[in-house]
Design a protein around this ligand. Structure first.
Ligand code: GUN
Length: 304
């Protein structure tokens, strides 16, 4: 039997509709408009495209959204001053500095300069620590892992007591999603294993997984025979394996492949995310969710 395809595109659109209503209510009832600034240093084409997508979505949801473009040559001290300006700006609830930064700038210093209560990326060490502690401590979950959790919950999979196996231990996906899944509460409370390049028997671990989350960045790493029948497979890999001519635009576009052999895996899994159109569309949406949460938090409206 073929697996249910978990469409990140559809789920992200649903969440954006919910957020749009919430933003309108915040504005009407409390005079609060979520404010998001995205700071882009230089003109890296991939970064320009990501930031444009973030701004477009923020605008569509009715945010006060600012795109702050800075020269490739900006001094680190000037970038830190700019962040400080937004830290003090009461109309701004979310600050995102698009990564990667040019080599002359210390990325860690820059991320650490963002007010943790405006760090809607969830990359500041304070927010990483808050996630580790869990519960009411948590202010902002990092966007991609938060999106993965939403996909699992909205696909109807029970996480409590489930065997979750995470392939990959990066700071932006592997470690935080493992941490999220082991918290107490909705969409979590799982038994979590992280496997990585040092793991002895990758296949044996994957075979045990009721929920398999793969974020290794290796195209086709997970073989269909490693998948437990009926399980939920979340493929976070977005690997460029070549180029093709787009029939729509007549331009060359990248061919993207996940970390899982999708065509074969979908005959075994109970549900699976496609690449593209799975985890990808959720990341920007969760950034918007964090920004709305931040606006509420700064207005003293949490949980209302
Ligand atoms: N570059 C690629 N993805 C991201 C992201 O999620 N946040 C930031 N700040 N930079 C990125």
């Amino acid at each position: 039997m073929s697996a249910k395809i978990i469409s990140g595109t559809e789920i992200a659109a649903q969440i954006r509709e919910e957020l749009k209503k919430e933003v309108a209510e915040l504005k009407d009832q409390h005079g609060v408009v979520p404010g998001l600034v995205t700071i882009l240093v230089g003109k890296n084409p991939a970064s320009v495209s990501y930031v444009t997508g973030k701004q477009k979505t923020a605008h569509e949801l009715g945010f006060n959204s600012i795109q702050d473009d800075q020269s490739e040559n900006i001094a680190e001290a000037d970038l830190l001053k700019l962040i400080d300006k937004y830290n003090k700006d009461s109309k701004i609830h979310g600050i995102l500095v698009q990564l990667p930064l040019p080599k002359h700038i210390d990325e860690k210093k820059v991320l650490n300069a963002i007010d943790p209560d405006k760090d809607v990326d969830g990359f500041h060490p304070v927010n990483v620590g808050r996630l580790m502690i869990g519960g009411a401590e948590v202010k902002f979950l990092p966007c991609t892992p938060a999106g993965i959790q939403e996909l699992i919950v909205r696909a109807g999979f029970e996480t409590s007591g489930a065997e979750v196996v995470v392939v990959g231990r990066s700071n932006i996906v592997g470690k935080p999603i493992a941490n999220i899944m082991l918290q107490k509460g909705r969409g979590a409370n799982a038994t979590v294993t992280i496997v990585h390049t040092g793991t002895k028997n990758l296949e044996a671990h994957c075979k045990r997984a009721d929920i398999l989350i793969v974020a290794a960045g290796v195209p086709g790493l997970v073989k269909p025979e490693w998948i437990k029948p009926g399980s939920c497979v979340i493929d976070v890999g977005v690997n460029r394996v070549g180029e093709k001519l787009s029939e729509k635009t007549g331009k060359m576009v990248p061919i993207l492949k996940g970390d899982v052999d999708f065509d074969a895996a979908k005959e075994i899994a109970g549900a699976i995310t496609p690449v593209p159109g799975g985890v990808g569309p959720m990341t920007i949406t969760m950034l918007m969710k964090n920004t709305v949460a931040s606006a509420k938090m700064h207005a003293g409206l949490q949980g209302k």
